[in-house]
Design a binder for this molecule. Structure first.
Ligand code: NAD
Length: 508
């Protein structure tokens, strides 16, 4: 049953929560209004779920877990339903991409890529549901065998940010389902439409009611109530490091398993012997893809001091060719930022970088010309000569701002890469395999890209070190975040017990 309550002639989508396979409105609270950040137009309204709605959603997920059938289905059966889910989502890719593009402000052309990723994640998780198995030990002792199974953890709370609403959901949801968990999703209050639509598609694919529930609302109220609910067993959170600390504390109080995918400040290290043409393209892509609102944005370019001047000139020239504009224009490379306050925050970083003595090479300002006046558009921005101790070098900006610094030798490149609290991803470009391996070993991050950037596959685990988080998602490790192992031990024949049998019998 669709969560859309009404879509008026002005095309404003009005959604209820999705609980137990049906829409559930939030009583007594003002709906949350979402304005398209590129035009300022009202495009969607979501319910602001209070504790009663969160409770109803968790109880629905609890029933679907405790009474089944979801966790009791065979792996093959769960895989079959997940494959059907992937097919149904595949059929709706264009519509879902349009929703995410409109609510995030990202180019539709690139949102289509997100949705291809969503389908690939669900398909991969289906293969895990089918092939997952435990382990056995048969060599421990005569007459003694043991085996370990992986059991679903229970009800999973999935809390998702706004930058890749459908894609990040797909890095959690199908893995939780493949493991046999039931879920309550809390999407960002800025971009909730695609999660609600995807919950409808799960139902249409035959995944039973109550297995996938969605509550919409603000983080400190709806999100916090969800994490603190005693019916939730595991929390999987993606968002900022500041919020991640609060989520971890709340999950800790309830002794719940918690996975945290947090911020990043990736370095893109380019040595003089690299394929410089490819490296320059990738530097521009990694910095400005998704308006730089990307946890793995290559927001620091560390360039070999021997080639710095020419290479930086090439990167600046290529950045100058990027088209910033309306998300639904097929020519657009860079869309709008998520909202005005975020644009102000990014501009504050720009002002701070200038004060700290960095050199502005391109951009640095809001864009209002050419029909962009009503949106939160920002020019792709590059600073040279960025000091390694400065805010711009160390802090996540989450906008289209690239910080450039030089290094002299591999040790210096590693030192600069690690000079931030974050440790999510980094990249290195070189034609020397020894340099590539040495630098990747030294980089303190969950992912290292060699001669590529912002790349991947659903098979490859993703997550951070240091302030970038705890745990891994996607791939086989992503499945394990939602399961608990059980060791079963069996002995036959005589057992050598430390209490002598005679003494025990005499004592009777
Ligand atoms: P955010 O932390 O503000 O919000 C993320 C989600 O948490 C939202 O759904 C929000 O409503 C909810 N939330 C906020 N406060 C909460 C609370 N106290 N309790 C429970 N839930 C709460 O982050 P954002 O602004 O939506 O996203 C941007 C951040 O996400 C950036 O820092 C970015 O690096 C990070 N991010 C990380 C990854 C990754 O995989 N590591 C991926 C994408 C984004």
């Amino acid at each position: 049953m669709s969560n859309v309550i009404a879509s008026s002639s002005t095309n404003v989508r009005r959604y209820a929560n999705h609980v137990d396979g049906a829409p559930l409105d939030a009583s007594g609270s003002e709906p949350i209004a979402r304005h398209d950040p590129a035009s300022g137009r009202l495009v969607a309204q979501y319910a602001d779920a209070g504790p009663d709605v969160v409770d109803a959603a968790v109880l629905a997920a609890r029933r679907a877990f405790d009474d089944g059938p979801w966790p009791l289905l065979s792996g093959a059966e769960r895989a079959r339903l997940l494959r059907r889910f992937a097919t149904v989502v595949d059929g709706e890719r264009e519509r879902l991409a349009a929703l995410d593009s409109q609510e995030v402000g990202k180019p539709l052309r690139l949102a289509r890529g997100d949705l291809e990723g969503v389908v690939a994640q669900i398909e991969f998780a289906a293969s895990l549901a089918h092939t997952d198995h435990g382990s056995s030990w048969t060599q421990l002792d005569t007459g003694f065998v043991a085996y370990a199974t992986h059991e679903p953890l229970g009800v999973a709370a999935l809390i998702v940010p706004w930058n890749f609403p459908a894609l990040i959901l797909s890095q959690k949801l199908p893995y939780a389902l493949a493991a046999g968990c039931t879920v309550v999703v809390k999407p960002s209050e800025l971009t909730s439409s695609s999660a609600l639509e995807i919950a409808d598609l799960a139902l249409a694919a035959g995944i039973p009611p109550g297995v996938v529930n969605v509550v919409t609302g603000y983080g400190p109220t709806t999100g916090q109530a969800l994490i603190e609910h005693p019916g939730v067993d595991v929390v999987s959170f993606t968002g900022s490091t500041a919020t991640g600390r609060e989520v971890a504390a709340a999950a800790g109080r309830g002794l719940k398993r918690v996975g945290l995918e947090l911020g990043g400040k990736a370095a893109n290290v380019v040595f003089a012997d690299a394929d410089l043409d490819a490296a320059a393209d990738a530097a521009v892509f990694a910095a400005f893809f998704n308006q730089g609102e990307c946890c793995v944005s290559g927001s620091r370019l560390l360039i070999d001091v021997r080639i710095a001047e020419d290479f930086v000139a090439t990167v600046v020239a290529r950045a100058a060719t990027l088209v910033t504009g309306a998300p639904d224009d097929e020519a657009t490379d860079v869309g709008a930022l998520i909202h005005e306050r975020h644009l102000d925050k990014v501009l504050d970083h720009v002002a701070g970088a200038t004060e700290a003595g960095a050199h502005l090479l391109i951009g640095g300002a809001r864009l209002t010309g050419g029909g962009l006046a009503d949106g939160a558009f920002m020019a792709p921005t590059i600073f040279g000569g960025v000091d390694a101790g400065s805010r711009l070098f160390r802090e996540e900006v989450f906008g289209p701002v690239l910080a450039v610094a030089t290094f002299d030798g591999a040790d210096d490149a590693i030192r600069l890469t690690n000079a931030t609290d974050y440790g999510l991803s980094n990249a290195v470009w070189t034609s020397d395999v020894g340099t590539a391996l040495a630098v990747s070993e030294g980089m303190r991050s969950g992912t290292v890209w060699i001669n590529t950037n912002i790349d991947g596959s659903p098979a490859l685990a993703f997550g951070g070190m240091k302030a970038s988080g705890i745990g891994r998602e996607v791939g086989f490790e992503g499945l394990r975040e939602f399961s608990s192992s059980k060791t079963v031990q069996l002995r036959r024949g005589d057992r050598a017990l430390p209490f002598p049998r005679a003494a025990t019998e005499e004592g009777r």
